[in-house]
Write a protein of this length. Structure first.
Length: 484
């Protein structure tokens, strides 16, 4: 009697009728549970059999299911822990295998007997190919676990490397100072702050014939030797650092010789000469409410109309300390955000403004070789903060013009801008920013460098303000303030 598509009697839904049809009959597919019959501890311990023993073929006849029309059944030795992988999410993998190889696959239920196996029914070649593919799937599960374990070990090793070097810790536990290199380690061990903390941390009196100091490698070695246990507990390898001391001494002597040679050279400033300067202001007030990206060129007429030539930056004032920093005006929050994103007209590129300044003074681009901002100068000098930015160069009438596109946006609501507002003031009715365009000559090169400035002093010289304040609301005497 012919069998139905689901040849297992336990899975066949036609047992109720007592008949079997050669044509697959549409009926509910068997419910396959993904729960593994093995205990949790045994799920990952299965050992894959050799490829030759993976599948057992049972042909029609005595001792196995009967085949029809040249088809036969194959028992594939798939571990119970991999049955869910053969089925796939929502049965997708099982369906794909059946469609790809033209076979019928039956996966036992989770509560089946221990000897239950996955069976494949179809043409011989298709069954063989399907069995080999299932072997690859099962083998991939083991590779995935091995790969995950390898990645875990790699991440663990990387984390351990990040936590500190073998010779020194990343952070000194007593000083809370960061140590990133062997030079940094010797500098830290020779600092007065670390020596003070060591004396407080050990019980015995520390007597040093060569106290550590600036470049005193001998003093660092003596400190390590006389407080060996203390530094070992901190994570320093005393023996390895002592072995590196002679090389560090040679490095320090070479650095000192270079400093002495530089100190003997006379100061020469003839290589750069400032020929003239132009002060200007930029009108940031919106007109039509539209904004342009820094990559879009604004209309030249509007660029010149917003360039207020000859307008000087505000006079810097000296407030009494401590001084309360002004809070950002809530009504200008959107404008400050657009300025931080370098959107026109709230912000303007230095080179474009420099071209407008030249035009307003009746000068042409032929008189210059390069038109740029200070960002390009910083990038050429190796400033890491500016080397990551993008610079577009375009030749116009003999001059190379540089468009600077910053990689990061700079917040206009930080404490540093509040200090600038306190010292230089602001005009909310007519918001402006101030610039200085300097025409300099470096050997035979004529360069126009335009940069934003904060204010001017009593002598009329432009002023740039830098401060160490970050989150404080007050400007105190302890705050480092640089006015240049």
């Amino acid at each position: 009697m012919p069998r139905c598509a689901y040849h297992e009697p336990a899975l066949c839904q036609h047992e109720k009728t007592g008949t079997h049809s050669m044509e697959p009959v549409k009926h509910k597919p068997p419910k396959v549970s993904r729960e593994l019959p093995q205990p949790a501890a045994d799920r990952g311990r299965h050992i894959l059999k050799q490829k030759t023993n993976l599948a057992t073929v049972t042909r029609g006849g005595n001792g196995g299911p009967r085949a029809s029309h040249g088809q036969f059944f194959m028992k594939v030795d798939v571990p119970a822990s991999a049955w869910g992988k053969i089925i796939g999410k929502g049965g997708e993998t099982l369906k794909r295998l059946q469609e790809e190889f033209g076979v019928r696959i039956v996966v036992p239920r989770a509560d089946s007997k221990a000897e239950a196996t996955v069976t494949v029914r179809g043409p011989p070649a298709a069954c063989e190919a399907c069995a080999q593919h299932m072997h690859v799937i099962v083998e991939g599960m083991s590779r995935g676990k091995t790969k995950a374990a390898t990645q875990g070990k790699t991440k663990s090793a990387a984390k351990q490397k990040h936590q500190g070097h073998l010779l020194w810790p990343t952070t000194c536990q007593v000083c809370k100072s960061h140590i990133s290199s062997i030079c940094n380690a010797f500098d830290h061990l020779g600092s007065n702050g670390h020596l003070k903390m060591v004396k407080c941390g050990i019980d015995t009196t520390l007597l040093l014939s060569n106290p550590p100091g600036d470049g005193s490698i001998v003093g660092v070695v003596e400190l390590l030797e006389k407080s060996r246990d203390f530094h070992t507990q901190l994570g320093f390898d005393v023996d390895a650092l002592t072995a590196q001391a002679p090389a560090m001494q040679q490095l320090f002597l070479a650095k000192q010789a270079l400093r002495d040679e530089i100190a003997r050279l006379p100061a020469i400033f003839d290589w750069i000469r400032v020929e003239q300067r132009f002060n200007s202001a930029w009108d940031e007030s919106p007109l039509s409410g539209r904004t342009l990206s820094i990559l879009e060129a604004p209309p030249f007429d509007e660029l010149c109309a917003r360039c207020l030539v000859g307008e000087k930056p505000p006079l810097i004032r000296e407030p009494g300390l401590p001084a309360l920093l002004p809070k950002p005006n809530p009504s200008g929050r959107q404008q400050r955000a657009l300025k931080a994103k370098h959107q026109f007209p709230y912000d303007v590129d230095s080179s474009r403004l420099g071209i407008a300044v030249l035009h307003m003074h009746g000068m042409t681009l032929d008189a210059l070789d390069v038109i740029c901002g200070t960002s390009l100068i910083k990038a050429l000098s190796g400033d890491s903060g500016r080397c990551s930015d993008t610079y577009f160069l375009q030749r116009m009438m003999g001059a190379v013009c540089c468009l600077h596109v910053p990689k990061r946006y700079y917040d206009q609501n930080d404490a540093g801008h509040a200090v600038e507002q306190l010292l230089c003031g602001s005009d909310s009715k007519r918001p402006r920013s101030f610039f200085t365009s300097s025409q300099v000559r470096i050997r035979n090169w004529r360069i126009l460098i335009t940069s934003e400035v904060d204010g001017r002093d009593a002598d009329g010289d432009v002023v740039e303000i830098k401060t160490s304040i970050r989150k404080s609301r007050f400007l105190k005497e302890s705050v480092a303030l640089q006015v240049a």
